[in-house]
Design a protein around this ligand. Structure first.
Ligand SMILES: [Zn+2]
Length: 387
């Protein structure tokens, strides 16, 4: 991952410097530990620390699946999405290929970052950064890297960055039950996903980042972006999975066909969106707690508004462990099983192994009441509505 400088402005080069610096900091910590190991007499403690650091190896390398987006977000002062996104535009040489104006690009990414609600425990800019980093890992897979055009890679990155833009922190059922204007606008159909892609389109226009594209290039990109973001609607999961299963089984995915490449990018974005259970345990567990926190906040609002409390959003009756095991069994594992059959790569295998091991951890916690995750207190009954 080199630093690509740009003669249109030094600020971009300064911004992009951050990833190699973070990598260097990581290696510095490792060297420090090696020196400490020589000084400290207790080998056991040192071995434990070394093991601990090894599990966090590459935690700040954006090319690595063990990337720790929470740590990176802290180190970038809450701007993980901005730095990762801008870095990837350089990494894939998109600024050069599409003659992008760096100021407009930075404005676009900043607007996207601001478009996420930091008050959402889960659907915020850190989740978007996580999904974008996962998409980057998938784009590096041999089958995709070889076949995709620069435009398809750029659309994949833009779709990951924007896929939950302006998420209100509640689900579609809540928006319909509360007669939210978005539900009316999109006729109660893929309400959130339609809103995310419309919002993304609005910011693309507002920033003018692609305004120099000719009509056909713009239309192609717009169509791809829409199809990718709309594919993240979880209610469409089975349709996509069945189609993917048939393609993989019969080996009918032809990567020379633009429609097939678009389909695999839809699957890639879906895999990036639900990849939390495939990350290392500490990161994965943290995401589970955050998503439950957001669900429970919705349940609190439903209770306060005297609406029926959505089953998975009721903090008084929901078990985080059972919810995670169910999510892994019915959504994540079937999808990543096919993803692995398609790629047969070390990354797809690692993800499957992580899912299995994380599922085992949740089962162990479920069987041992002492280890069970403490449910957050229902302290948000009076939280203000965001709509
Ligand atoms: Zn998402």
């Amino acid at each position: 991952m080199g630093i690509i400088t740009n003669d249109r402005g030094s600020s971009s080069a300064l911004t992009i410097d951050i990833l190699p610096i973070l990598r260097w900091q990581n290696s510095k910590t490792r060297n420090q530990l090696k020196r400490d190991k020589e000084r400290l007499p207790d080998e056991k403690i040192c071995d434990h620390l070394t093991k601990m650091l090894d599990t966090r190896k590459n935690a700040l390398d954006v090319n690595d699946w063990n990337f720790d987006v929470f740590a990176f977000n802290r180190l970038t002062n809450g701007r993980a999405l901005f730095h990762i996104s801008l870095h990837l535009f350089y990494e894939y040489n998109l600024i050069e290929i599409f003659k992008l104006d760096i100021v407009k690009l930075m404005r676009f990414i900043s607007l996207v970052e601001e478009g996420y609600h930091s008050s959402n425990p889960y659907h915020n800019a850190v989740h978007a950064a996580d999904v974008t980093q996962a998409m980057h890992c998938y784009l590096r897979e041999r089958k995709l890297d070889k076949a995709l055009s620069p435009l398809e890679k750029m659309t994949a990155i833009v779709s990951a960055i924007t896929h939950d833009l302006d998420h209100p922190g509640v689900n579609q059922a809540f928006l319909i039950a509360t007669s939210n204007h978005l539900a009316t606008l999109y006729n109660n159909c893929s309400v959130l996903e339609n809103h995310h892609w419309r919002s993304a389109l609005g910011l693309l226009h507002e920033s003018g980042v692609f305004e120099h594209f000719d009509r056909s290039l713009w239309k192609t990109m717009e169509w791809q972006l829409k199809s990718l973001i709309l594919a993240t609607d979880i209610s469409k999961q089975n349709g996509f999975l069945d189609q993917f299963k048939v393609h993989v089984k019969e080996n009918t995915l032809n990567m020379d066909d633009p429609k097939h490449r678009n389909f695999i990018l839809q699957i890639a974005l879906k895999c990036a969106d639900v990849c939390n259970p495939g990350r290392p345990w500490t990161t994965s567990k943290r995401w589970s707690e955050l998503v439950c926190d957001e669900f429970f906040k919705q349940g609190d609002r439903e209770r306060q508004m005297r609406l029926p409390v959505t089953q998975c959003c009721d903090r008084l009756t929901t078990s985080i462990e059972k919810m995670q095991i169910g999510f892994m069994n019915f959504v994540v594992m079937p999808l990543f099983t096919e993803w692995h059959r398609f790629h047969l790569s070390s990354l797809s295998e690692t993800i499957l192994l992580n899912i299995e091991s994380n599922q085992k951890n949740w089962q162990e916690i479920l069987l041992d009441p002492k280890m069970q995750t403490t449910k957050p207190e229902p302290n948000s009954f009076t939280s203000k509505s965001e709509e």
